[in-house]
Design a protein around this ligand. Structure first.
Ligand code: ATP
Ligand code: MG
Length: 395
């Protein structure tokens, strides 16, 4: 099927009009943050092509449209998934079922909203909006969407290896566990996705739902963040949003979970949680374990204070195959991200610098990570790791 015949592409308005809209959005952002309620409200009453025009107009108010997002009919979606054949079911989430499909000469994943109500609709439009405004190799790409009648379907690029959760925490029988190097590579990719959202995206974005099931993996285990339904446009500078607590229990930063205080540092905390899951192979909340081991952060805290216990933290499925200093540095990065005080947590660009060094170290270079850190002593992010080291030696 020819792509040109089957898909409509979002229309583009004149640059001057777009600039004026972007300026007005920036002015509103400087007074606070923008919610997606206006977008959802504006489009939910419209039908057909006027709805798509309305979506595009709303999107352009927030910034430059970076992706060529297509509009599909429900017939095209049904055909691409062989009528939502159960053989094509990739997984189920809170939003709905995800099916593998083939459309416009590419494999895709199609997510069908099966929830009623305003929250589902808001998340649907938020996802379309966000994924129109951002573009980065570590963010999953939205190919298109369908809003025909009551149907709401999002169409993404297909990620052949599924989610990090599938490979780390829900490892099926006979499935090979991830090796150390691949774990560090995935952590680095996911960190780069967050770094882009916080520092390079225009407008900047707080992701708000960083967890292992939202990190998808391509054929070569490159990581891409998915699910932007809860994401928020960050206020200018280092501002804080007071927001209704959404996210997923266990991954939320303490100041956000208890007081709804949301900043880019809330994402940094969630990154720390996932990174600890990557190192330990343990789920952040696991009610199948003994009571004192059910909460990963509480379980790890005392172990993180004693270097002799470090090897107990590493995932047993690694079989001891990791560089000792690499493990130490990885735990230092996780500990920095998990600090109670959001101000003390590093920025994601520091985390990326640290992880680039860790992922460049091969498992058989026993103490390679330590060497890399020494030679890169100027690297800002490792200053905190070094002080963590000294603290730990004193204790
Ligand atoms: N683009 C994609 N390519 C391949 N598989 C995907 C893709 N998107 C989602 N999946 C699969 O579908 C599953 C369900 O994804 P979904 O995002 O709906 O739910 P979830 O992340 O498990 O939970 P939540 O609703 O809390 O986000 C994923 O775990 C993954 O295995
Ligand atoms: Mg998800």
């Amino acid at each position: 099927m020819s792509c040109l015949n089957c898909c409509k592409t979002a229309e583009v308005e004149s640059p001057s009009y777009r600039e004026a809209l972007a300026e007005s959005a920036k002015r509103r952002m400087s007074r606070g943050y923008i919610t997606f309620k206006s977008l959802a409200a504006a489009v939910s009453l419209k039908t057909g092509s006027s709805k798509h025009r309305q979506i595009n107009e709303q999107i352009k108010k927030y910034g430059e449209v970076k992706n060529d997002i297509k509009v599909f009919t429900y017939n095209q979606i049904a055909e691409a998934t062989e009528n939502f054949n159960s053989d094509n079911l990739l997984g189920e989430g809170g939003f709905g079922s995800v099916y593998k499909g083939y459309i416009c000469d590419q494999h895709v994943a199609m997510k069908q909203l099966n929830r009623q109500g305003a929250q589902g609709t808001r998340e649907f439009y938020a996802e379309v909006l966000m994924l129109s405004l951002v573009k980065h190799p570590n963010l999953v790409q939205l190919v298109g969407y369908c809003t025909e009648d009551e149907h709401r379907v999002l169409v993404y690029e297909y990620m052949a290896k599924g989610s990090l959760e599938n490979h780390l925490l829900d490892l099926g029988e006979g499935k090979k566990p991830l090796d150390w190097h691949t774990r560090m590579k995935i952590a680095e990719g996911a960190a780069r996705g967050l770094e882009y959202l916080h520092s390079s995206a225009d407008p900047p974005v707080i992701y708000r739902d960083f967890k292992s099931s939202n990190i998808l993996l391509d054929e070569d285990f490159n990581a891409k963040l998915s699910d932007f339904g809860l994401a928020k446009i960050a206020p200018n500078g280092q501002g804080t949003i007071t927001s209704r607590v959404m996210g997923t229990f266990g991954y939320c930063a303490p100041e956000y979970a208890s007081g709804g205080q949301l900043t880019t540092k809330s994402d940094v905390y969630s990154f720390g949680v996932v990174f600890l899951e990557i190192i330990t192979g343990r789920r952040v909340i696991d009610t199948t374990r003994d009571i004192e081991e059910q909460n990963l952060i509480e379980w790890a805290q005392p172990l993180l204070k004693d270097k002799k216990q470090f090897s107990l933290i590493a995932d047993p499925l690694l079989n001891g195959q990791f560089p000792a200093k690499g493990l130490f540095q990885a735990l230092a990065v996780a500990a920095m991200c998990l600090q109670e005080d959001p101000e003390k947590r590093p920025d994601m660009d520091d985390v990326v610098t640290a992880l680039a060094i860790l992922s460049a170290t091969k498992t058989d270079e026993k103490d390679g990570a330590g060497e890399a850190v020494k030679t890169g002593g100027h690297v800002e992010s490792f200053r905190a790791a070094e002080s963590f080291n000294k603290e730990e030696q004193r204790g």
